[in-house]
Write a protein that binds this ligand. Structure first.
Ligand code: URA
Length: 439
């Protein structure tokens, strides 16, 4: 198919904002995976596609071609013990929701074949969090991924050479060419991976605010609408919640620290915002999967599974099945721990008016908890645990949070973080966690 692919003509079309023919987009994706286009041509196309965004039809064709660039997992009717449904977040800071949520929904009878990503830019990734559990292997081959979904109703997998490889190539190049933040490329990236995993339905958690890729509410809503429109063209069911990412989600930011917080939520505790978003998304997933008729009934079912310990039991089983140490559930000190902790204190009395999620995400990367380049390894132990959230009253000297750092001197990071937390005289009105819903 790539034979005859004229990369220069393809580039000229994008540069001059001429619509790509479907066969050209498919030939481009084929060339990406099998050879036939140079990396410098791909990056030129990415910038042209950033400046002249693809329309809906082009986005659909690109998504479909990227999904088919590797194996597309299929589950035969009756092969699984329950209906398939998955969740995808567009990326945030402290966003560990997949960990409690996937286990909770599987404990309620749905099957969740979950393909997750690594941290990108200032945002964290589920795979990095899972890998902080000693022994956990999220890179299941397709056959093992299918078998575990069948047996436990949940498996964690990664985008690999087998699954949506075109996204792997494009994603790494977008990250280093400042071409991540454009709706058509985000839609194609997310949907190609998700729908290669064999799920029939997805609930999208579209983040909005300073820690999101789409900072403005209007842009986030536009992204939610496009995710749903293209999902529909691909014959999949989808719902999207647009949720706040102005301040980090929960209290913990950093891979192992977020696993600890996820276990707390699975034990029926944890920070209120993490528990609330877990339940809100779980309810949507159970309705989308057809396991409950309405969101209220689905929420009660999910609440029972969370507070009754079923979701925690599922977590234990999945961790063990994927080679991880299940003892972390009862003894989180088995997770990697940073050698140093540095308290961050309030310089003045007042109310916390802002915790800038983007600055916090960048601070985690500076500590080694995220990547500057794709080949970097992450330090699973580093991070921050906040003791205060936006709206809280503080006295001078009160503990705002604790920085967990590696051997490197964390003082510059502590300074950057101090700038990320604002204390004012007046209490700010709380922003609702769920800003909008699309179906
Ligand atoms: N998450 C993805 O998988 N892809 C994007 O482009 C952005 C967020």
């Amino acid at each position: 198919m790539a034979v005859g692919f004229d990369a220069r003509r393809f580039l000229r079309d994008r540069r001059d904002n001429r619509r790509h023919a479907p066969e050209d987009l498919r030939a481009f994706v084929h060339a990406l995976v099998h050879g036939g286009i140079e990396t410098y041509q791909v990056t030129a196309w990415l910038m042209a596609a950033y400046l002249n965004p693809l329309d809906d039809e082009e986005t659909f064709v690109l998504t479909d071609a990227m999904m088919r660039s590797g194996t597309v997992i299929e589950f035969a009717p009756g092969e699984l013990p329950g209906p398939t449904v998955d969740k995808h977040s567009t990326g945030g800071v402290g966003d560990k929701i997949s960990l409690p949520l996937a286990h909770l929904v599987a404990a309620c009878g749905a099957c969740v074949p979950m393909i997750s990503g690594r941290g990108l830019g200032h945002t964290g990734g589920t795979l990095d969090k899972l890998e902080s559990i000693p022994g956990f292997d999220p890179r299941l081959p397709v056959a093992a991924f299918k078998a575990q979904t069948k047996r436990l109703g949940l498996a964690f997998g990664a985008q690999t050479k087998e699954l949506a490889p075109a996204d792997g190539t494009l994603y790494a190049l977008r990250d280093v060419t400042a071409t991540v933040e454009t709706i058509p490329l985000i839609v194609a990236s997310i949907l190609s991976k998700k729908y290669a995993s064999g799920t029939a339905a997805v609930v999208f958690d579209v983040k909005t605010g300073r820690g999101a890729f789409m900072r403005e509410l209007a842009q986030s809503k536009a992204l939610a609408e496009r995710l749903i429109a293209v999902s529909r063209r691909m014959d999949r069911q989808a719902v999207a919640l647009v949720t706040d990412m102005d301040q980090p989600l929960g209290r913990a930011v950093g891979n192992a620290l977020e696993v600890v917080e996820s276990i707390e939520v699975l034990q029926g505790g944890g920070p209120p915002d993490v528990r609330e978003l877990t339940l809100a998304l779980a309810a949507e997933m159970l309705v989308l999967a057809g396991l409950e008729r309405d969101v209220a009934a689905a929420r009660s079912r999910a609440t029972r599974a969370l507070d009754g310990g079923d979701a925690l039991g599922k977590f234990r089983a999945v961790v063990e099945a994927q080679g991880g140490d299940p003892r972390v559930v009862d003894d989180p000190t088995r997770l990697p721990r940073a050698p140093r902790t540095v308290p961050m204190k309030a310089a003045r009395p007042g109310f916390v008016t802002k915790i800038d999620a983007y600055a916090v995400g960048e601070a985690i990367v500076a500590l080694g908890g995220g990547r500057r380049r794709a080949e970097d390894t992450v330090d699973p132990a580093v991070g921050i645990v906040f003791e205060r959230k936006v709206g809280d009253r503080v006295a001078e000297g009160d503990l705002l949070g604790v920085l967990h750092s590696g051997p490197a001197d964390p003082l510059d990071v502590a300074k950057a973080l101090a700038g990320a937390i604002e204390i004012g005289d007046r209490e700010t009105a709380a922003v609702p966690l769920v800003r909008d819903r699309f179906d």
